[in-house]
Write a protein that binds this ligand. Structure first.
Ligand code: GLV
Ligand code: GLV
Length: 324
């Protein structure tokens, strides 16, 4: 009999076609745009050889125990893996696939869009225009901060950070600086970025883009200690994971003018409840975790996730396997 697979969400057509046409697996899918209820998920994974999941599913000891000893492959349709208990997966010898690279362009584009929307106050401006605030042309009305001659800081220099910097360079950025657990000379060279301490990054950046993975080391790394050192004109942009930010500290920094603005594609929790204080701030632009949301990219992610899964079940190297 064919390996049994559970797909925890309606995946985009490219990935679905690959699974269907492979003839390699018998799979069942939670055929909805909304997450599968946990209780249902725990039932459905029982006896599975493989699971294809998205980032809303917590893959922890409880779930792996519910799946049982047949489980060999976990394939997540995401580049992030903070929803996976890697220790538990490793302990059980389960191989893990994920989807880096295919989403780099889409995430970098969105990050630039969010940065500009925040720094040039686009959301506020369209709101003013359609609600009667546009009385006349005014000299300093809706003024923001420009990229030309600025210093752009990157926290966590990987493929995405490089792709963001490549796109920002034509805006006449003066200097790129970055920090990470250690210097990344090969990547840094591509964008002529200088390695600095976290302290210097905070102090010198006019724009600060957060591009690191969420790990125990980066959890809450963007806190008062960081914000309080930043420039008053600084724009903070996060398209990584909400968990890297202390949101109370960010609220304080934004509401008291310690920094100029923030653009967030990711929050804690997700969705961020509509009554959250951050929504009340004009200088905070919040998006519902859409950085990779282009048709091309979401299809590529689903295809890669499907191919990772199938390769893993065949016992072959996966196109993109996470080293545990
Ligand atoms: C999106 O956040 C991803 O991890 O792919
Ligand atoms: C702006 O529209 C200008 O003419 O300066």
């Amino acid at each position: 009999t064919l390996p049994k697979v559970y797909v925890t969400r309606k995946v985009p057509p490219d990935g679905l076609d690959i699974l269907r046409k492979s003839g390699q697996v018998q799979f069942e899918m939670w055929d909805s745009d909304d997450p599968v209820p946990r209780v249902e998920l725990l039932k459905k994974v029982k006896g599975c050889d493989g699971i294809l999941c998205v980032l809303t599913e917590k893959i922890d000891a409880q779930l792996l125990d519910a799946a049982g000893p047949n489980l060999k492959v976990l394939s997540t349709m995401s580049v992030g893996f903070d929803h996976l208990s890697l220790d538990e997966l490793k302990k059980r010898g389960i191989r893990v696939g994920y989807t880096p690279e295919v989403l780099t362009d889409a995430v970098a584009e969105l990050t630039v869009a969010l940065l500009l929307a925040t720094s040039r106050r686009l959301i506020e401006a369209t709101h003013e225009a359609k609600t009667g605030g546009w009385g006349t042309w005014r000299t300093l009305w809706l003024c923001g901060h420009e990229l030309a001659n600025s210093t752009v800081g990157i926290l966590g220099l990987g493929r995405i950070g490089v792709a963001i910097a490549e796109r920002l360079k034509p805006f006449k950025v003066k200097k790129f600086i970055y920090t990470d657990v250690e210097p990344r000379p090969e990547l840094a060279k591509m964008i002529e970025a200088e390695y600095v301490s976290l302290d210097e990054l905070a102090k010198e950046s006019d724009f600060l883009a957060i591009c690191c993975a969420l790990t125990p080391e980066t959890h809450g790394i963007c806190n008062w200690n960081l914000f309080s050192k930043m420039k008053k004109n600084a724009i903070f942009i996060n398209t990584s994971r909400g968990g890297v930010v202390n949101q109370e500290d960010l609220y304080e920094a934004l509401s008291t003018g310690v920094i100029a603005g923030a653009g967030l594609d990711v929050t804690t929790p997700e969705p961020l409840p509509t009554h959250h204080p951050l929504y009340t701030l004009k200088n905070c632009v919040i998006l519902p975790h859409v950085a990779s949301a282009s048709y091309t990219t979401r299809n590529s992610m689903s295809a890669l996730a499907a191919n990772n899964l199938l390769a893993g079940l065949r016992g072959e190297p996966m196109p993109k396997e996470l080293k545990l």
